[in-house]
Design a protein around this ligand. Structure first.
Ligand SMILES: [Zn+2]
Length: 379
């Protein structure tokens, strides 16, 4: 386990590789974009859109499609595509089932509708959703495995149905997060997102093995590269265009446009440093706890690293925040999750104990303890 010398990203993130063995891809990206002419990037995209993409893609009503959750990133994206790029976007939201979505989540989607957007709200069969989610939890210790696949897949699927060729996503996970398998032919090309750790090349054999009928799983099948080519789909990562793309800035921008965030945020309960992430449900918090036990870092690390890169806190301050909060969330979220997938609370932890990374953690009297020190590595 090695830490980035600039921030506190360990090299345990899937599909990542440090530059010169010392700098994580996200810090490297920041470094090489210091002298970027951002207006030039905007001009490149505008020209590309005008020349090729929009002309090919325009259906009678919409120029492009944007996957939204109603959160900080998607609210900013939607407004920017409409008001700055002057396009007509169709927004697509994959909804969580009623047991999972919270009121804030539905109100944030209402906010987008009130801002004047057309929104398709896609709801999948709740029985299949629950079975797939439970399978993901027991097989990968990641309940969100199937739901993220559905989220990524529904946008190009609906784009194909509506004959829309242009898809916007937010940050470039290859450049801005460090999932290098997703890098495309240039900084804004998102057509390799199929190789992201979550989508694993579109392979859902594990879902077929659950016994869920094949026809019920079509919303979970991401279009193949062949289908992408045939349909002339183009994904553009809009985060590539923004000098000030960050959780804080996107949050601020979106709050000013009606976004509801976590009021009275308690970090040790929400597992969210600023109270503006994954606003539409609460089980992502426990998934981040599991991520911490698998890779030695959770959401707090991701958020702290961005703050360090922006120069808002020092690396040392980051270490104490991560040591205090990473890998924690309110027990009530774990209990409500267990109730939803119908397992006893103990079974949740038994499954987590099985999946912890033994190189990074050990269990003593039922308590999971790290073998590493944040910012340094294995002791
Ligand atoms: Zn870094």
């Amino acid at each position: 386990m090695k830490y980035c010398k600039t921030c506190l990203q360990p090299d345990t993130r899937p599909n990542t590789k440090f530059f010169e063995d010392t700098i994580c891809p996200a810090c490297h990206y920041l470094l090489i974009t210091k002298d970027i002419n951002w207006q030039e990037r905007f001009d490149i995209i505008s020209a590309e859109l005008k020349k090729n993409i929009v002309r090919k893609t325009r259906n009678n009503f919409f120029d492009c499609i944007i996957g939204v959750s109603g959160g900080k990133d998607s609210t900013r994206q939607a407004l920017w595509v409409r008001d700055k790029l002057k396009l007509k976007p169709l927004l697509v939201c994959l909804s969580y089932p009623p047991e999972q979505v919270n009121r804030r989540g539905t109100e944030n989607i209402s906010n987008l509708i009130n801002l004047g957007f057309d929104v398709i709200w896609s709801s999948l069969s709740p029985k299949t959703w629950k079975k797939a989610l439970k399978e993901g939890f027991f097989r990968f210790s990641n309940w969100a495995k199937s739901t993220e696949i559905a989220l990524f897949s529904c946008v190009p699927r609906i784009a194909i149905d509506y004959k829309i060729k242009l898809i916007f996503w937010g940050e470039n996970p290859g450049l801005q997060v460090g999932d290098l398998a997703t890098l495309g032919k240039n900084g804004f090309d998102g057509n390799n997102v199929i190789n992201a750790n979550t989508l694993a090349g579109g392979n859902i054999n594990w879902l077929f093995e659950t016994g869920i009928p094949k026809n019920k799983l079509s919303p979970y099948s991401y279009p193949s590269i062949k289908e992408f080519k045939k349909e002339k789909l183009q994904i553009i990562f809009i985060g590539w265009l923004f000098k000030d793309w960050s959780q804080n800035n996107n949050g601020l921008y979106s709050v000013l446009n009606g976004l509801l965030i976590r009021n009275n945020n308690k970090i040790e309960k929400s597992g969210d440093l600023i109270g503006i992430s994954s606003l539409d449900e609460d089980w992502v918090s426990l998934n981040q706890v599991i991520k911490y036990y698998k890779y030695g870092f959770g959401r707090i690390s991701d958020q702290v690293n961005e703050e360090i890169r922006l120069g808002k806190i020092s690396r040392d301050e980051g270490i104490s925040i991560i040591e205090k909060y990473d890998g924690k969330c309110d027990d009530k979220y774990i209990k409500s999750f267990c109730k939803y997938i119908e397992i006893p609370y103990n079974q949740f932890w038994e499954n987590i104990y099985k999946s912890i990374n033994k190189k990074l953690f050990y269990i003593e009297k039922g308590i999971i303890k790290p073998k590493f020190k944040v910012g340094i590595g294995i002791l």
